[in-house]
Design a protein around this ligand. Structure first.
Ligand code: XMP
Length: 517
C-alpha cells in the first residue's frame, strides 16, 4: 500500500497479539505494517519506517532455531520497542542476562515503576501504587544490557520494562497492546512520540488506498464475491463494487447451515436494496451430504470449506472467465488458521482460509485481511452500509454445523434454529445485541432426564453462549441478567419440542474458544 510519511514496522515473532499491536498503532493515527521476523532488515530500513516494534512470540531465546532479529537493527538508529519475546530477544542479543523461566507468568500482573522515561510518560500508578498489566511470558530478563536502565519490576520479574534512552531502545515484558493493560495505549503513544512519526493514517484514507489497490490487483479482470450477508463480506462487496462496478458478481451460497430467515434476508437486502448483481445458490443438499456422518469438528470445517470452494468453482465456470474471488477474511481468521508472516500456532481451521483446497482456481482479493472486526464495522459505517448489517453479530463460515455438536442432521439443525431464534429475539428485545460480540444457542450431543407434567422426559440440551469481545482474540462470557436467562430458558424449553434443559456457558477465551467446535 502506498502511503506518505509516518509509518511503523512491526516484526512478527509469531505472537498471538502481533496484529493487535499494528491495530493499536493505527488507532493512534499512524500507518503500520507487519513483517515476518525473517524479512530482510535492509528492505525495512530503506523503506523509511520511523520505528520498529518487535512482537511477542512463543519461543524461548535459548531454543534451537529461535527467531532473532539481526543485531544491526539495534545499530540502525531507528527507535525500537521490544514487547515480551521482543524484549527477551533484545536483552539477549545486547548482552543482558536472560534466564529461562522456572514458571511461566501468565495473566494479570502489577508492575512497580522505577525512575522515569519518555516511554512511561503519563503512566500513573493506581491506588495500589502499582500499574496493572497483562503478562504472558516464559523467559525473564534478570539484568538489562549495558547502557539500559530498568523502568519497572514485578515480584517475579526484576526487569518488567527497560530503556536505553540514548539509543532510543525500549522494551516491556508485558503486553501494552491488549485491553487488559489499561494504560498500554499511553505507552504505545509515547513510543510513537519518541519515533517522531506523523499521525496521518485514517479509515477514510484506507478506503481510498484499498479501492486503488483492488483496481491494481485485479487489473481489469472480473471478480466473484462470496457474499454471506455478514458485515465482512458486505463491506468487501461494497469496496470491490466501488473499485470495479459491474465487473463484480456477488454469489450467495446458501449452505443450509444458516440461522432462521437469514437466507431470505440476504437476498432481499442485496438484490432489492443494494441492486447488486447477486446470484443465490441453494446448495443445502450438497453441504449436508458432504458432512453426513461426520462428527469431528476439524473434518466438518474442512469438508464445508472444500464444498464452499467447489460450489464457487461451479458458479464461476457458469459465469465464464472469472479469475478473482473476493473474501472477507479478517486478521483473527488468518492468525488462528495458518502461520501468517511468522510462526504462529494453528488453533482452528477457519473455512475461509485454512480449508482452501490446493486445486483452487481463484486468486484471492482479501482487502480486510489486516483488520479486526470493530475496524470493519467503522469501515462499513463510512461506506454507508445500514446499521443492521454493520452491527450484525459475527457468524462462522461453517454455520450451525459447528453448533450442532456431533453429527449434523436436518432435524437437529431445525431444532437448533428454533432455539437460536429465541436467543436472538430475547437478546434483541433486551437491547443487548450491540453490547454482545455474539449470543447464540448450541445443541449438545447428550440427552438428559427431565419431567414435564406427569411424564419423565429424556431430551436434548441447549447451551447458551454469550460473549463480549473486542476482536475475538480474547472473549469473556457475558454476565446476562438472570431474568433474561430465565426467559430464554423457559421459552426454549416450552417452545422448542425435544429440549428439556438449557445451560449457560461461563467460559472465557482463552482457554476456551467462542464456538464449541
Ligand atoms: P473461536 O471459536 O475460534 O471463534 O473463538 C472466533 C470468532 O470466529 C468465528 N468463527 C469463524 N468465522 N469461519 C469464520 O468465518 C470459521 O470457520 C469460524 N469459526 C469461528 C466465531 O464465530 C468467533 O466470532
Amino acid at each position: 500500500m502506498s502511503v506518505g510519511v509516518g509509518k511503523i514496522a512491526v516484526l512478527d515473532f509469531g505472537g498471538q497479539y502481533t496484529q493487535l499491536i499494528a491495530r493499536r498503532v493505527r488507532e493512534l493515527s499512524v500507518y503500520s505494517e507487519i513483517f515476518s521476523c525473517t524479512h530482510p532488515l535492509e528492505q525495512i530500513l530503506s523503506a523509511g519506517y520511523q520505528g520498529i516494534i518487535l512482537s511477542g512470540g512463543p519461543s524461548s531465546v535459548y531454543e534451537d532455531g529461535a527467531p532473532l532479529p539481526p543485531r544491526e537493527l539495534f545499530e540502525s538508529g531507528v527507535p525500537v520497542l521490544g514487547i515480551c519475546y521482543g524484549m527477551q530477544a533484545m536483552g539477549y542479543l545486547l548482552g543482558g542476562h536472560v534466564i529461562p523461566a522456572e514458571r511461566r507468568e501468565y495473566g494479570k500482573a502489577e508492575i512497580t515503576l522505577q525512575g522515569s522515561s519518555p516511554l512511561l510518560k503519563g503512566v500513573t500508578p493506581e491506588d495500589t501504587g502499582r500499574v496493572t498489566v497483562w503478562m504472558s511470558h516464559g523467559d525473564t530478563v534478570l539484568r538489562p544490557p549495558k547502557g539500559f536502565t530498568a523502568l519497572a519490576r514485578t515480584p517475579n520479574c526484576p526487569v518488567a520494562a527497560m530503556a536505553n534512552e540514548e539509543r532510543r531502545l525500549y522494551a516491556v515484558q508485558f503486553h501494552p497492546e491488549v485491553a487488559h493493560t489499561p494504560q498500554g495505549k499511553t505507552i504505545l503513544d509515547n513510543f510513537l512520540e519518541v519515533c517522531g512519526v506523523s499521525r496521518t493514517w485514517s479509515m477514510a484514507g484506507f478506503i481510498d488506498t484499498t479501492i486503488d489497490a483492488i483496481r491494481a490487483q485485479v487489473n481489469g479482470g472480473r471478480v466473484l464475491c462470496a457474499l454471506s450477508g455478514g458485515v465482512d463480506s458486505s463491506v468487501v462487496a461494497v469496496l470491490v463494487h466501488r473499485a470495479i462496478a459491474d465487473r463484480l458478481t456477488c454469489v450467495f451460497v446458501d449452505n443450509g447451515l444458516l440461522r432462521k430467515g437469514e437466507a431470505e434476508a440476504v437476498v432481499h437486502t442485496f438484490r432489492d436494496t443494494f441492486k447488486m448483481n447477486l446470484i443465490h445458490v441453494d446448495a443445502s443438499r450438497r453441504f449436508l451430504d458432504a458432512i453426513h456422518g461426520v462428527t469431528d469438528p476439524e473434518l466438518k470445517r474442512k469438508r464445508i470449506g472444500a464444498e464452499f470452494i467447489s460450489v464457487f468453482e461451479d458458479e464461476a465456470r457458469k459465469l465464464g472467465d472469472i479469475p478473482w474471488l473476493a473474501q472477507g477474511t479478517l486478521y483473527p481468521d488468518v492468525i488462528e488458521s495458518v502461520s501468517f508472516r511468522g510462526p504462529s500456532a494453528t488453533i482452528k481451521t477457519h473455512h475461509n482460509v485454512g480449508g482452501l483446497p490446493l486445486k483452487m482456481q481463484f486468486k484471492l482479493v482479501e482487502p480486510l485481511r489486516e483488520l479486526f472486526k470493530d475496524e470493519v464495522r467503522r469501515l462499513g459505517e463510512l461506506l454507508g452500509l445500514p446499521p443492521e448489517i454493520v452491527w450484525r453479530q459475527p457468524f462462522p463460515g461453517p454455520g450451525l454445523a459447528i453448533r450442532v455438536l456431533g453429527e449434523v442432521t436436518t432435524d437437529r439443525l431445525d431444532l437448533l434454529r428454533d432455539a437460536d431464534a429465541v436467543v436472538q429475539e430475547e437478546v434483541r428485545a433486551a437491547g443487548l445485541e450491540r453490547q454482545l460480540w455474539q449470543a447464540f444457542a448450541v445443541l449438545l450431543p447428550v440427552k438428559t432426564v427431565g419431567v414435564m407434567g406427569d411424564f419423565r422426559t429424556y431430551a436434548q440440551v441447549i447451551a447458551l453462549r454469550a460473549v463480549t469481545s473486542q476482536d475475538a482474540m480474547t472473549a469473556d462470557w457475558a454476565r446476562l441478567p438472570y431474568d433474561l436467562l430465565g426467559t430464554i430458558s423457559n421459552r426454549i424449553i416450552n417452545e422448542v419440542k425435544g429440549v428439556n434443559r438449557v445451560v449457560f456457558d461461563i467460559s472465557s477465551k482463552p482457554p476456551s474458544t467462542i464456538e464449541w467446535e
